[in-house]
Design a protein around this ligand. Structure first.
Ligand code: SAH
Ligand code: SF4
Ligand code: F3S
Length: 461
């Protein structure tokens, strides 16, 4: 009997990418091998995102291509839809794409073996979009992680915020947090396997609570031997309190890029969005971060939505001026996309599509000017970089990230690539692109990784 093979295609956020690692682990335990060729896949899963309408449309157009592949094989192929489109549309997917065999909701990953088994047993199409509030307690040895130095750990799932534009609370359910001991145990095991960077995941990662709060979990993570960096995504501004920022200040392994998604710079629109802060309260967070992290290199990033229903032109300009007031190192900005079932659907005063795109362009161009100046200010300064890629023979053979999450391409005489892979090095910044830095290795030793006291030992060159 030939080996069965699977292919998983992933859209969406880091949580979806990690869910793919979980499904890959499950299929591996069932005896399936991974393939990167569509024509070899016995099971083809789309792990999907529905955050904006376009993301959802991509899924259905991809399914159209897979339908042809299935027809070529006279139906001998399992096509599955997992992730947020599956959770949101449920059995509606079978109506729109009747050749789909499997619809697997975001809380049903553990049911995958049973469902695939039933499909092999010709028991008809399989659907599971049921709520399983314990789905976040996933066995930590199962996920099949890649070969990089980075690993992801789910610490919480779901969102209770119900921002009025957002579909996530509907696709991921209510907030649930994993016991902190489980998280730390998983981190220790991964560090023991050689992973150097851990990214903690949650739809609302800093509202984590399981006998200890997020700040305390970060302190525990900072003590995991062998790790160099701990990142986390996606945070909410309301949960960045002084305790979290002081923890970042005190713990050298915790990343210093502060993602503070504002969404808008206008207090009336923020209220309509259900964001629980005004522009002034948001700025108070920014001032607090600047005060507590004084002397430590950190970056500030944000997400924005333009053209939310009822956003007047002058209210949009409040978002533009917020960019100046904060001075973000990077932003991720989107035109508002109406999502079915969300609170904002009731607003009739939508902004025309063309106007939304115009506002988006203005915002992005404005940010680029700010960003150019901020990146330029880093030239000639030192930076500590954790190397995650070594490409011998290239002009800039070392690639890595700073503690505040900037990508750096480094000139170096590499020699043995193992000397650098997964190690921290000291770099002098020599130039910039729009989102990346260029640098060269510094000869002097680094006393402290990420310029902090009590830092872990660092490899120097
Ligand atoms: N939990 C994260 C959000 C994840 S979604 C948070 O609270 O920050 C990532 C980003 O997508 C959001 O920050 C928002 O800027 C954008 N987004 C979410 N819903 C959207 C919609 N309906 N239209 C346009 N952008 C949206
Ligand atoms: Fe969506 Fe708001 Fe929850 Fe973020 S906090 S996932 S934007 S509802
Ligand atoms: Fe998309 Fe679901 Fe993540 S909608 S952004 S895949 S939580």
């Amino acid at each position: 009997m030939t080996e069965k093979r699977y292919f998983i295609e992933t859209w969406g956020c880091q949580m979806n990418e990690h869910d793919t690692e979980k499904m890959a682990g499950i299929l591996g335990e069932m005896g399936y091998q991974a393939t990167d060729k569509v024509e070899d896949a016995d099971v083809y899963l789309l792990n999907t995102c529905t955050i904006r309408e376009k993301a959802e449309e991509k899924v259905f157009s991809r399914l159209g291509v897979l339908k042809k592949e299935k027809e070529k094989r006279n139906g001998d192929m399992i096509i599955g839809v997992a992730g947020c489109v599956a959770q949101q549309n449920g059995g509606g997917i079978f109506e729109r794409a009747p050749y789909v065999d499997l619809v697997l909701g975001t809380q049903a990953l553990k049911q995958l073996p049973d469902m695939v088994g039933k499909l092999h047993g010709h028991q008809g199409r399989q659907l599971n979009v049921a709520k399983d509030p314990e789905n976040h307690l996933f066995p930590s040895h199962v996920p099949k992680r890649g070969t990089s130095i980075r690993a992801r750990i789910t610490i919480m799932e779901g969102c209770d915020n119900y921002c009025t534009y957002c579909i996530v609370p509907f696709t991921r359910g209510r907030e649930r947090s994993r016991p902190w001991e489980d998280v730390v145990e998983e981190a220790r095991r991964l560090a023991g396997m050689g992973f150097k960077e851990i990214e903690l995941l949650g739809q609302n990662v800093n509202s984590y609570f399981s006998t200890v709060n997020f700040a305390r979990l970060l302190r525990e993570m900072n003590d995991v031997p062998g790790l160099e960096t701990v990142r986390y995504v996606s945070p909410h501004p309301k949960d960045f309190d002084r305790e979290v920022i002081e923890t970042i200040r005190d713990c050298p392994k915790i990343a210093t890029n502060i993602h503070l998604p504002a969404q808008s710079g206008n207090s009336r629109i923020l209220k309509r969005m259900g964001r629980e802060y005004t522009r002034e309260l948001y700025m108070d967070k920014v001032y607090m971060i600047r005060e507590v992290l004084e002397g430590i290199p950190f970056s500030l990033t944000s997400d924005f939505i333009v053209g939310f229903p009822g956003e007047k032109e002058h209210e949009f300009w409040d978002t533009v001026t917020l960019l100046d007031e904060v001075g973000y190192d990077r932003i991720f900005s989107f035109a508002y996309s109406e999502r079915p079932g969300t609170g904002a659907v009731k607003h009739a005063d939508s902004v025309p599509q063309q106007e939304k795109m115009y506002r988006l362009k203005i915002l992005q161009q404005h940010q680029l000017e700010i960003q150019k100046a901020r990146m330029q200010a880093r030239v000639d300064n030192p930076a500590n970089v954790l190397i995650d890629t070594v490409k011998p023979g290239e002009e800039y053979p070392l690639v890595g990230r700073t503690r505040d999450n900037l990508l750096v391409h480094i000139k170096a005489d590499v020699g043995e690539p193992e000397r650098f892979y997964g190690k921290a090095v000291r770099v002098r910044v020599t130039g910039t692109g729009l989102h990346t830095l260029r640098g060269e290795l510094c000869p002097e030793p680094i006393e402290h990784l990420w310029s902090q006291p009590n830092a872990p030992e660092v490899t120097t060159v």
